[in-house]
Design a protein around this ligand. Sequence first.
Ligand SMILES: Cc1cc2nc3c(=O)[nH]c(=O)nc-3n(C[C@H](O)[C@H](O)[C@H](O)COP(=O)(O)OP(=O)(O)OC[C@H]3O[C@@H](n4cnc5c(N)ncnc54)[C@H](O)[C@@H]3O)c2cc1C
Length: 362
Amino acid sequence: MPATPNLPTPDFTFDADQPGACIAGVRPYRNGSYRLDAETISSKFFVHNYGHGGAGITLSWGCASKVRDIVRSHLVGSPDTKVAVLGAGVMGLTAATLLADLGLTVTIYSDRPPLQTTSSKAGGQWAVSVVEFAGKRQELTDIIKFAYTTFKASIGQGFGVSERPNYSATPSHNLDVVIQLAPGLIKPRQSLPREPFEGHTKPGFVYQTLLIEPPIFLAKLEADLRARGITFVNKRFVDKSDIIASVPETIVVNCTGLGSMMLMSDPKMVPIKGQLAMLPPQPALQYLYGQDGYLFPRADHVVIGGTFEVGVNNETPDKSVCQDLVRHIASQFGKAAAKPLPDIHIHNPDHAPIVNPQIPEV
Ligand SMILES: Cc1cc2nc3c(=O)[nH]c(=O)nc-3n(C[C@H](O)[C@H](O)[C@H](O)COP(=O)(O)OP(=O)(O)OC[C@H]3O[C@@H](n4cnc5c(N)ncnc54)[C@H](O)[C@@H]3O)c2cc1C
């Protein structure tokens, strides 16, 4: 059998001093499970939709559909037509979109515009990564199915979504979760005698996944919402009573991500910092690659990431971490000397539940 030709090798030239070359975000992880439920507080109907860890982009449309269903049930027999959505990240924007589809008047309150949220800093792979779902197996199954099919149907519609092969040396746990919960939704992985890259000699795997480019996706959601007359209000809430006092709507959809740690006094919330090295775009690269870190070629950048700093709640990038990330992936292509990585550079392959980490003050 002829040897498989190599796919293009990335150019790993990286200058961490360039503006925007090294960025950091903090994943809104929640011990036990993400939160998706409703409660009445001081005569306001709250729907909570937060705590999606490293999978917020992935799960967004599915969670938004659950929020829409909860609100629709609440509205039966009610004269309410107005909804406040707190948060302009991916959870807020997708929920607002489906709530507007119900004919409701939606106002989005947020202390950051969409392109400055954690969501805008995501790598963008469709992967059920670093999120817990204890007791919510069926709910997560529904969410995964709705989210995947919605993203897939949006390919070519300006949402920054494309289907890509993802190569790795070891099987991806994120994929196993999807295969177990929603058999047949995505094609099974294929084994390869060798990953088709320069410097690679060992067997590996490939599967088809989706890449959702957050800067394009969020900008499109925002533009579509504004075109439909949805209002964005710049507002920082200090606590729950502030929300109750200052939001006039009686239905409040809480999509504040890590902000809920403080706003909802939620002790289960855990910040998990992640850093990304942003290399110049390389359109010849049409694949995703992952091995103790990942490489996602996007239209704006080739993104190299995969750090997890549990309990670290700051968005200050560390240039040396970004340089290490690039060196690590480059070494797998024979383009840099291999060097052991500190723990924070290792993508936990099992995504083991993170129990009782230190939660720092916000
Ligand atoms: C480095 C990195 C890589 C990632 N890669 C991926 C990936 O490849 N795939 C994937 O699916 N996910 C990925 N994620 C995870 C994803 O980014 C998050 O799960 C997702 O962004 C959470 O969305 P959100 O809308 O809940 O939160 P956010 O995007 O943080 O939005 C929260 C909103 O609430 C507002 N808010 C918060 N507190 C307040 C307050 N007190 N007052 C007013 N407004 C407030 C904020 O301004 C913001 O608008 C990654 C995350 C990081 C950090």
